[in-house]
Design a protein around this ligand. Sequence first.
Ligand code: SF4
Length: 54
Amino acid sequence: MNTNHNNSIGCIVNECKFHAKDTNYCTLDKIRVTKHESMAKDVQCTDCGSFMKE
Ligand code: SF4
């Protein structure tokens, strides 16, 4: 259980080592949001670049 989550970063990716687990937030102070197309056209083109597998 990790209660030190960042209220400004909601996240449902509970496979990530930085996910708060007990609540749908990230525990990092800052994340990097990335895109994997040269021109992002929709939400599917964006990702969390700070994700790390547990
Ligand atoms: S690093 Fe990204 S994917 Fe991982 S918990 Fe934080 S916001 Fe979610």
